[in-house]
Design a protein around this ligand. Sequence first.
Ligand code: NI
Ligand code: MN
Length: 228
Amino acid sequence: MSIKITWYGHSTLALEIDDHKIIVDPYFTDNPAATVSAGEVGADYILVTHGHFDHIGDAASIAKRTGALVISNFEISQWLEKQGVQRVHGQHIGGGHKHPFGYLKLTPALHGSGLPDGSNGGNPVGFLLTTNDGTRIYIVGDTGLFSDMRLIGQDGIDLAFVPIGDNFTMGPDDAYKAVEMIKPGAVIPTHYNTWELIAQDANSWAERVSKLGVKVHVLKPGESLAFK
Ligand code: NI
Ligand code: MN
């Protein structure tokens, strides 16, 4: 199995798992960090953690153009259907489903999820993905620190995506504590440097976290990593 990861800045990711292409929180248009435009991105699946514009951003337009299946919480999946997205799959916190790329479970997040037009976007989520070869990837999502991260980490996490930007999500100190609880094999910091308000020094954070024995990958926007 091969797993390739690309970070497009902010929380926008591509996970290429064998021949399945998954885009997470597609925020390309108006994202100052993005290196590509929404119109050039391919996708088989789109995962959306919550309703804020910097996460749901281009989900509808990419889904309509590519025919990708959008996976999110139930409220957001219903809202996207009303926006004309043909293929949606609603799940909810604690619920997992076997998709072709692996078993995907929704995890809690401490945040908001209001949609851009003021509609109720349900509760924000993170994603816990177990690929078909047993690799476990935890996308924490926009969240504050919570101690159930320890529980989520108990079965072993190979790779975690953790926000470090502060102001809207965990900052570097709480993100450090999150890594201590999750105990992932590797971590990638997200949700920073998009705007001045969430500017952070990811390299100094990486230096601290690596002393926990966790491999930290600090990616540049547009940079890819062959994880497997
Ligand atoms: Ni948010
Ligand atoms: Mn956000």
